[in-house]
Write a protein that binds this ligand. Structure first.
Ligand SMILES: [Zn+2]
Length: 97
């Protein structure tokens, strides 16, 4: 039986050839997926640099721009005109300002 920690889909098997043609199987952890925007699905670049930013690792810069614009507008006009998909982010952004 395989060791419990290796019985997962996050591990892949890698064939390795040793001296005299002996073949063994090693396991190697799969690479993590890329960070993707929660709204539009684009990959988020420079994730490591932006760790202090609002919604870092969740939203891309385009969607963050939209959220901040709606947040500033919602301060004076109310949250009724904000699209429903953006509301959770706009509510968080409103508390920041
Ligand atoms: Zn986006």
């Amino acid at each position: 039986m395989v060791v419990r920690s290796k019985r997962t889909s996050a591990v892949r098997k890698v064939a390795k050839r040793l001296a005299k043609g002996v073949k063994i199987q090693r396991t190697r952890r799969k690479a993590k997926g890329k960070y993707r925007c929660a709204l539009c699905g684009r990959t988020i670049k420079h994730e490591g640099k932006m760790h202090g930013r609002l919604f870092a690792g969740q939203l891309c810069h385009r969607c963050l721009d939209r959220v901040l614009r709606y947040a500033v507008r919602a301060k004076s006009e109310g949250i009724d005109n904000v699209p429903i998909s953006l509301r959770p982010y706009v509510e968080v952004a409103m508390k920041r300002f």
